[in-house]
Ligand binder design. Sequence first.
Ligand SMILES: Cc1ncc(COP(=O)(O)O)c(C=O)c1O
Length: 338
Amino acid sequence: MKKNIDWSRLGFHYTETDTIVRSHYKDGRWSKPYLTQDKTINLHLSATCLHYGQEAFEGLKAFRGADGKIRIFRMNANAERLWQSAIGLAMAPVPTSLFREAVLLALSGNIDYLPPYETGATLYFRPLLIGTSPRLGVGTAQEYEFVIIPSPIGAYFKDGFRGTPFIIDRTVDRAAPLGTGRYKVGGNYAASFRATEPAHKQGLSVIFVDSVHRKYIDECGAANFFGVKDGVYITPASTSILPSITNDSLMTLCKEVGIPVERRPILVEELGDMSECGAVGTAAVIAPISLVIDPDTGRTYTFGEEPGQVSKLLYKLLQDIQYGRSEDKHGWCDVIDN
Ligand SMILES: Cc1ncc(COP(=O)(O)O)c(C=O)c1O
């Protein structure tokens, strides 16, 4: 039954759908994933996810294409990253086949929440993996719950594709070099709120620096950083940032159109030599950066609200693949006729 949703009013907030998908891990095996209206959990208050942070999640989108078909973008890559996060926190990993089955089930059970093509809105999936066994002593769970929570979300750029301001933070370490920064786990976000919440109150997003030297650009809000310097797409090489699937896709597209790519540590002051820069992730593809304030040096690097040429080109190239307007040469999309 078609839902009475005003797609243009959706933001990046949770809109409840009919069902979610769940699977439970017990005695070394995952149960068959199933659709359910039950979105709550009867969880022991000593569960490891609550006490010892055994929690990992993902984020991916389904798009209604220009040709009417549905495309889920890079589902296998998200499955692989959740696997890595699970290993990173010593949790039971979710096999790719189970991940795929669960996402496809979440889509089929909530197809009426997939926004129409013209709206720019999408159906977002939030896979979540938690340790559910009660434990008082520090240790890992024997039982786990894997869920997929779907939610329609609005177009990211409601007022057009425009840049937003950022601030460098050297007062908070989001993640340690060999810690959990490369995994998509709740603890990283909890660790960053001390910096991001005050910044957001001033209308700013945060760029974190490396936690050893505090001079290299690390994570860029809940996204990866890229900048363009002398026509080269540069993005941080760091063990404490999430390997962004969007960034990986953009680097592939760069190579295709002849834009050289460098992955290396990036000094904060190199911002002064960049013609444009942005934050890349599933939510926006590219959120162009209009300016970066460095409170410790008093410098402000200004790029302007108008996105740069490379940002505009890459944004279009990737969205064209996601919406089925151009050939998906890399097999990034699972295409569903419906
Ligand atoms: C901390 C962090 N870095 C980077 C990204 C971008 O990753 P992806 O492109 O896979 O969405 C995200 C999520 O969107 C994130 O939460």
